[in-house]
Design a protein around this ligand. Structure first.
Ligand code: GLC
Length: 453
């Protein structure tokens, strides 16, 4: 049967509802926040996914999301993970980060003090593809210097061993806040004594009910109180060092060569090169060199013993052999051989035999970490599916990409635009009306052609 997703009335309903979610989450300044209440500020990779969705129907608004992120760029080139919105929660949230203590911060904006996955180049190109040639060049010229400075900063500050892989200094930088490799690393590398005390006295059980996020979401669907405290403790260590990478890396609370992040960066470098070419710019040798080395750099994260990709601990130089969806992200990077890509595709399809009806789970169901409704420890996330679908298409696995697209749209079509979903039965979890779930559903619908299903 030939069925066009675009002509499917059900998908038209999803499309209309998704656009409503984005409108609902738009601030008076025209910024689309991740979700009302729980996430009231602009967040780096969320904004990129949102811009990708918007690029299908409102280019101006899509451009605005990117330009406001770039305006908040730090003096050293870093694009911060959060740009704070004025308002009720402004003071408290800003105070947790205190970005202005860093001499390299942007004096005009209160921001977070770390970064997040570099989806910017992807968003910039998705917007560019929808513009006329002259408008595209104009758009690329307006963002290229900031984008380039960001990529350069990543390699200058975060690749001190010159391995072609950047190092992250906090789990929040990966975007997958509490996936097993990150929590395992925090536990091994740094666990302040007071956290052990809280665990021993079970004080976290008291805090469970008064947590700020429990106002919006059942706390059992979020990271645990102990995990939240460890994440906060690690942030305090960074703040103490005024977010100075060099000083932090001397004795880091957390430092890993993260698989997800580096896969996204490898792809982003390719896109940056496309941008540069369009406007007749030459990439500096630092970035060119990283592009040439992309495949061999990523290969360092392939564990021959387990035939799997893992993140690597920067301090101890060892693989973090804990399960997570990151293992599939090399598909999105485009820097793996077709044979390896095939191996990764096989592992996605193997989930079907493990009771997974709505792939792709953030942690495999046969892992001891697996919690079907537990934040980044099991649920299916729309942005991860979007990245995997993109990778599948690039390697020519079109049938698998279409199937995953359908399953992904079923999740939002059946439930609405929740933050994540139970991979076994598709039940919704996390916050409702979550912007990237809506934005990426729009993108999937608008970019899926008539298909043989
Ligand atoms: C959660 C996610 C993170 C996201 C943020 C805002 O912390 O783990 O990836 O950017 O929410 O939506």
């Amino acid at each position: 049967m030939t069925k066009s997703l675009l002509l499917d009335t059900n998908n038209q309903n999803i499309l209309a509802a998704a656009k409503q979610v984005l409108t609902y989450n738009t601030t008076s300044e025209g910024i689309i926040i991740p979700a009302q209440g729980l996430y009231p500020h602009q967040v780096l990779w969320d904004s990129c996914f949102i811009a990708i969705g918007l690029s299908n129907y409102n280019l101006k608004l899509a451009q605005k999301q990117i330009l406001t992120l770039l305006k908040a760029q730090w003096l050293n080139g870093m694009i911060p993970n959060i740009v704070f919105s004025p308002g009720l929660r402004y003071w408290l949230d800003r105070h947790i980060w205190r970005s202005r203590i860093a001499p390299q911060s942007n004096p005009n904006f209160a921001t977070g003090g770390i970064t997040q996955p570099p989806m910017l180049a992807e968003a910039v190109v998705r917007i560019g593809n929808k513009l006329t040639t002259s408008k595209r060049k104009q758009w690329y010229r307006s963002v290229y210097p900031a984008l380039l400075a960001y990529h350069e900063w990543l390699y200058i500050e975060r690749d001190p061993k010159n391995r072609g892989l950047v190092t992250l200094i906090h789990p929040w930088e990966t975007g997958l806040d509490n996936t097993p490799p990150l929590i395992a690393t925090l536990r091994h590398q740094h666990e302040p004594r007071w956290i052990n005390l809280v665990t021993r006295l079970k004080l976290d059980k008291l805090a469970d009910h008064i947590r700020f996020d429990a106002k919006y979401v059942d706390y059992r669907q979020r990271n645990s109180t102990i995990e939240a405290l460890s994440l906060y403790a690690a942030l305090r260590r960074l703040r103490k060092q005024k977010y100075n990478t060099q000083r932090i890396l001397e004795k880091p609370p957390f430092a890993i060569e993260d698989l997800t992040y580096n896969c996204i960066l490898i792809r982003a470098n390719e896109l940056l090169s496309e941008i540069a070419k369009t406007i007749n710019e030459t990439l500096p040798p630092l970035i060119k060199n990283r592009i040439i080395r992309a495949e061999s750099s990523l290969d360092q994260l392939w564990d021959n013993d387990q035939s799997e990709y893992f993140s690597r601990n920067f301090t101890w130089d060892s693989f973090i052999r804990e399960p997570s969806i990151a293992a599939l992200l090399p598909l999105y990077s485009g820097a793996v051989s077709p044979l390896r890509a095939l191996e990764l595709v096989k592992s996605i399809t193997s989930f079907e035999n493990k009771g997974v009806n709505f792939p792709v789970p953030s942690v495999p169901p046969d892992s001891s970490w697996f919690k079907p409704m537990g934040y980044w420890q099991g649920p299916t996330w729309i942005n991860m599916n979007w990245l995997i679908i993109d990778g599948l298409k690039r390697y020519g696995f079109n049938r698998q990409a279409e199937l995953l697209t359908r399953k992904t749209l079923d999740l939002v079509g059946n439930n609405g635009f929740y933050e994540y979903f139970n991979p076994l039965n598709g039940n919704p979890a996390g916050i409702a009306n979550f912007s990237w779930s809506a934005a990426l559903a729009i993108d999937l619908i608008m970019n899926t052609k008539a298909t043989e299903l």
